[in-house]
Write a protein that binds this ligand. Sequence first.
Ligand code: AMP
Length: 219
Amino acid sequence: MKILLIGPPGVGKGTQANLICKEYKLKHISTGDILRKYALYKNRIGKEILNSRIDSGKFVSDELVNNIVNNLKCEKVLNQPYLLDGYPRTLFQAEFYINNILSKDDKYLVIYLSTSNEYILNRISNRLTCINCGRIYNLQNDLPKIYGKCDICKGQLRVRSDDKINIFKERLEIYYKMTFKLVEYFRKLDVLYKIDASYGIDEIFGQVKRVIGEYYDLY
Ligand code: AMP
């Protein structure tokens, strides 16, 4: 099973990604998580990521992120069933993925989580992320058991710097400029399923499971 999860920032991709990966035993690959980890390295790649200012939502170069995904392929990480979260984000990345990462007969599914900007801005102002494992919480409908602490790893919960509202609006703009075209691109390839993400976590996950079940003939 190969799933790509796309949608605007703040729509709930991380939350659904965690649920999907647990349900279908998929490897969760988030290019954002990988880049945040690499940004701590004091080498050329670490510097390039810092210079790209990912904490303010700017994209790293297609070349860098394609190389990262290609390395995952070379290291056979992509030989197992996986979900890609945050990649591809540009047409160039999508073409690279199809032409260089996938094999000819690979079957893949693109799940597109869609909702209004109002919903996203409301959601984002209530979002907390674990600085250790990346688990996302929501102050309105997905609280941690202990205030400020992650249920899974007991890491500290913080507002991600790129979730601050002005930076977030900029991320949303970049999404519409760079990533939104992928919706049409994958629709034409007949691999895209759009899901209305304006509901609660469980309802959205219910829709996601229906789509995956039908696409992969699990019933
Ligand atoms: P995310 O955790 O997916 O929101 O990613 C955090 C940040 O990492 C993004 O705002 C971008 O700056 C960068 N990033 C993640 N994935 C990509 C990608 N596929 N292409 C370019 N930049 C990316």
